[in-house]
Write a protein that binds this ligand. Structure first.
Ligand SMILES: [Zn+2]
Ligand SMILES: [Zn+2]
Length: 338
């Protein structure tokens, strides 16, 4: 079905007329949805104005493969100006949808529009999120290799159409079809069965997101360290199909997270200063920064005589546990892990 000329013809005819009728502002402007990725908004904007996403590239003066995912990574000033002018959206709202730059950039899934087995595709999605959306859209965190599940629904992300095994290719959609339908076989991605991810792997995933966020706010150099350790997760997990996380399919990365969730977090902590390792370990042990803060609040609650709720004392003395852990993490202890 790829490159089918009959699919493209319809949209091209619209595009030529479109320039005449919509010289000043495009007839329909749509607001970005929470966390929406620029390309997702562009596909919705195109359809709302009666033009297929593949042809909308021409309206923006663009061409070539994966035109909209490339804009997510680098939005040329001329295109940004055109979008602001034609939609009336403030420039900051448009640039906030891009994924350009930042400490997390190495974790972006590569722009690959083929979908070889076990290899990553450029985009993931949660079928439950798409099903719950009034206007189904793709979220920015789904572009990251460090994300394998949906925090809202607890299910695994998907990166392929289950019917034809192709990746998401809404940018190549030549007809007026919303982006939650596979661009090749029209399978409704909202109907994809739920993928399961073990709870321990989901806690590890959340902890990694939080470690990167906390360290980016404190010390960007530490984020680089965390990011490079996350990229090497397949090596630490001994997943044989790849060495770099960004190259693995979502299913292979889920296996990777599950394998590492069952091991001590040495791969994330070894060879670093004790204070930094301690902070990371606390976040991993709690299953995320927010979980850590809420446990700390509970701890204060219990130890400051709050009468609101009585909790049983912790099963283990955490202070002693941390002290023991850091004793074996010290250089020269002979127990430093790999
Ligand atoms: Zn979801
Ligand atoms: Zn398909």
């Amino acid at each position: 079905m790829r490159g089918d000329a009959s699919r493209a013809g319809f949209a091209i005819e619209i595009r030529e007329r479109y320039g005449d009728v919509a010289r000043d502002r495009w007839p329909v402007a749509i607001d970005p949805l929470p966390g929406e990725l620029l390309s997702s908004w562009l596909h919705r904007l195109a359809l709302a104005n009666g033009i297929a996403p593949r042809s909308f590239a021409g309206v923006l003066g663009l061409g070539g493969r994966m035109w909209s995912p490339r804009l997510d990574l680098r939005l040329p000033h001329t295109v940004a100006t055109l979008l602001c002018h034609q939609t009336g959206l403030p420039p900051d709202d448009i640039s906030a949808m891009t994924m350009s730059g930042g400490a997390m950039a190495p974790l972006l899934l590569p722009l690959r529009d083929s979908a070889h087995r076990n290899r990553s595709t450029w985009m993931q999605y949660c079928p439950e999120c798409l099903a719950a959306d009034d206007a189904p859209y793709f979220r920015r965190p789904w572009r990251l290799a460090s994300r394998v599940s949906c925090f809202a629904h607890g299910c695994g992300l998907r990166d392929r159409c289950p019917a034809c095994h192709a990746g998401v290719a809404a940018f190549d959609q030549g007809e007026l079809v919303p982006q939650h339908f596979c661009a090749w076989c029209r399978f409704d991605l909202r109907a994809v069965p739920k993928a399961s991810v073990k709870a321990a792997a989901r806690r590890l995933e959340r902890a990694i997101v939080d470690i990167c966020r906390v360290e980016a706010a404190r010390a960007p150099a530490k984020t680089n360290d965390a990011v490079s350790r996350v990229l090497s997760m397949p090596v630490a997990a001994e997943v044989r199909s790849g060495r770099t996380l960004t190259n693995l399919s979502t299913a292979a990365r889920i296996r990777c997270f599950e394998a590492l969730a069952a091991k001590p977090p040495d791969w994330l902590l070894n060879n670093m200063d004790a204070a930094g390792a301690y902070r990371r370990w606390m976040i991993v042990a709690a299953g995320g920064h927010e979980a850590l803060i809420s446990r700390f609040a509970d701890f204060l609650d219990a130890h400051q005589g709050s009468r609101r709720r009585k909790r049983p004392p912790p099963a283990a003395d955490r202070t002693a546990l941390f002290a023991a852990y850091f004793r074996i993490m010290q250089p020269g202890s002979g127990h430093r892990g790999r």
